[in-house]
Ligand binder design. Sequence first.
Ligand code: ZN
Length: 156
Amino acid sequence: MAIRKLRYEGDPVLGKVCKEVKEMTPHLKELVQDMLETMYAAEGVGLAAPQVGVLRRIDVGEGPYVFVNPKIVETAGEQIGDEGCLSVPGKSGTVRRPEYVKTVAFDADMNPIEVEGHGLFARAMCHEFDHLDGHLYLEKVEGPLNEVSYADEDEN
Ligand code: ZN
């Protein structure tokens, strides 16, 4: 396991659409482990593969959760709240997201999973999955982007 180098806003890799994972290889399993380690080291709550420079549809989150080829299949409600991102350090902004999402994906062993989330978890899934299509939360911020000066802000 190793901590991988984070990619930051302005890096073209963050604007690209990631490829589906067809098969879980030892190489990709190592990537998943490294992503978890990198997320914990950076004190984030979620991390998407392009944030470590890999254009594959893989996300990890606190739990820990591993989502391979995630797809949101149902949403409900609405919530408005602050988001930050490990790829946009020191900033946060207000983003509107569904209050509830249902996701289908595969786990790290390519078993199909279905995960439902409300509130912050729903928000985190939306944020992470957006990364896989080359989108940052910055595109969705309503109002000003805020400076965050303390280190314990939730970032994904
Ligand atoms: Zn992010």
